[in-house]
Design a protein around this ligand. Structure first.
Ligand SMILES: [Zn+2]
Length: 91
């Protein structure tokens, strides 16, 4: 009988240079203001990761920064909770 283990991301060793930023509710609200639509209500246009919005707001370096979200961001248009990916932004 095989044993199954589930390994999640937090088992990965975090490189020392990795910058983990906790994103609080206030920052999430700021980020939502920059979102126009999500992958559900604008499948054509939604192609910018939510991380990218957070990079702009926090001024973090996207190549070394991971975000821990305090709550799930919601699309301001359809109020769907986002996956954290693929929100559409104004250009
Ligand atoms: Zn939406």
């Amino acid at each position: 009988m095989p044993e199954f283990f589930e390994f999640f991301d937090f088992f990965d060793p975090t490189p020392e240079e990795q910058n983990v930023v906790l994103v609080g509710a206030a920052t999430l609200r700021e980020a939502e203001k920059l979102i126009e639509a999500c992958e559900y209500c604008n499948p054509e246009g939604a192609e910018i990761p939510f991380d990218n919005v957070l990079d702009r707001i926090t001024g973090s370096d996207p190549s070394v920064t991971d975000y821990i979200l305090e709550s799930v961001p919601r699309c301001p248009k359809c109020r769907r909770p986002g996956s954290g990916k693929d929100f559409d932004q104004p250009r």
